[in-house]
Design a protein around this ligand. Structure first.
Ligand code: CDP
Length: 220
């Protein structure tokens, strides 16, 4: 199972999603963004106004939610929650602010780990997240840890929206990214960290093509 996996981990807004999806396209294999799964659980928590410290309520939510990866109308492998494909709902400021605390809950991680493992049973796959090489697939065929300096990451996140922004906004985004990194790195379960056998990819001075080429060269 693990032999099918190219694991790409790294901190928030490091560019790993873009790099992972381009790499998967280059290799003609599916790409799975596990952050969107944590975001989908967070979206459901917010929608149903669940108190995340209420264990029974969290358990019920997780037992009753149908989270699947399946082909959407365009034939792309996409995440659906209770039969509905989710996209923009997953990247709201509200979800951004709540996803790391939700992702720190062991029962949430257990549920998503099972789903992630099942996806790699039958096919080669690029899977991206925080703990794919460390916890979900410790024997992954390839492990990369993609990072970039905090300033570059904040700028990349803002450039994605293509709107102009002030230096105050840049600072605010940098702060929210740093806060997510802090929670993700300090949590007891599956913390964000580079595993010893992962190849470090510092993309601060590389664009997407260069970063993908760097990884593809290692794999070849
Ligand atoms: O795109 P960005 O790097 O901002 O974040 P993401 O990959 O969408 O992940 C959102 C959040 O989900 C992270 O900040 C983590 O709290 C959590 N996450 C996780 O705990 N484990 C993963 N394998 C993936 C995401």
């Amino acid at each position: 199972m693990s032999a099918n996996v190219i694991a790409i981990d790294g901190p928030a807004a490091s560019g790993k999603s873009t790099v992972a999806s381009h790499l998967a396209r280059l290799l003609s294999i599916p790409y799975v963004n596990t952050g969107s799964m944590y975001r989908a659980v967070t979206y459901a928590v917010l929608q149903q106004k669940i108190d995340i410290s209420d264990e029974a309520a969290m358990k019920e939510l997780l037992n009753n939610m149908q989270l699947e990866y399946k082909a959407d109308e365009a034939g792309n492998f996409s995440l659906s929650l209770n039969g509905v494909f989710l996209k923009d709902e997953l990247v709201t400021p509200e979800v951004n602010a709540n996803v790391s605390p939700v992702a720190a809950i062991p029962m949430v991680r257990e549920k998503l780990k099972k789903l992630q493992r099942s996806l790699a049973e039958k096919q080669r796959i690029v899977m991206e997240g925080r703990d794919i090489g460390s916890v979900v697939f410790p024997d992954a065929a390839w492990k990369f840890f993609v990072t970039a300096s905090p300033e570059v990451r904040a700028k990349r996140r803002l450039d994605q929206s293509r709107e102009s922004y002030s230096s105050a906004t840049l600072e605010e985004i940098a702060r929210s990214i740093a806060e997510r990194d802090r929670i993700d790195s300090e949590r007891p379960v599956a913390p964000l960290k580079q595993c010893e056998d992962a190849i470090l990819v510092d993309s601060s001075n590389m664009n997407v093509e260069e970063t993908v080429a760097f990884i593809a060269e290692r794999i070849r």
